[in-house]
Design a protein around this ligand. Structure first.
Ligand SMILES: Cc1cc2nc3c(=O)[nH]c(=O)nc-3n(C[C@H](O)[C@H](O)[C@H](O)COP(=O)(O)OP(=O)(O)OC[C@H]3O[C@@H](n4cnc5c(N)ncnc54)[C@H](O)[C@@H]3O)c2cc1C
Length: 120
């Protein structure tokens, strides 16, 4: 298992966060692992390389932490959007997600729907 479904610990034994960079690195690792296994080659254990954290915390606000560079507010929010669109695969996906986000933004749609009550 990889990504959000996996519990992987760092060198100090702390669980890695359920974030996109962790999932991406794990996905790339598993791809390499399968290719190496098919060639009969060994693969070093997975190691997470922390390149930074980005998280939205509202309609116009986010936090970005790249070690020495830390941003917050609208500039971090814009950066969050640009980086997420950039890392999508293919022009079509980028365009569809961008339009989807714009629609959700201008129509005040909720980003995540949580079922918190009992279903009757
Ligand atoms: C509201 C929200 C905000 C977030 N914000 C951030 C953020 O700002 N920064 C950050 O780094 N991370 C953020 N995350 C976390 C990030 O989205 C996840 O850590 C990352 O997407 C995990 O990747 P994944 O590949 O494990 O899972 P997913 O990205 O969830 O991919 C799993 C895929 O599998 C598909 N799938 C599920 N079941 C089946 C099935 N039976 N058959 C076929 N396909 C199936 C799903 O449809 C989905 O496309 C956020 C998450 C949420 C929910």
């Amino acid at each position: 298992m990889v990504g959000d479904t996996a519990l992987v610990r760092d060198a100090e034994g702390k669980p890695l966060p359920g974030t996109a960079p962790v999932a991406k690195q794990q996905g790339r690792y598993v791809g390499r692992l399968i290719a190496n296994r098919l060639r009969g080659k060994a693969t070093k254990p997975f190691r997470y390389h922390h390149i930074g954290s980005l998280a939205t915390i509202g309609r116009k606000s986010a936090v970005a932490d790249f070690g020495r560079v830390r941003l917050q507010g609208r500039i971090a929010w814009l950066l969050w959007g640009i980086i997420h669109i950039y890392f999508l695969i293919g022009f079509r996906n980028r365009l569809v997600i961008l339009l989807d986000w714009l629609w959700a933004y201008i129509t005040f749609q909720r980003g995540a729907r949580l079922i918190t009550g009992s279903i009757k």
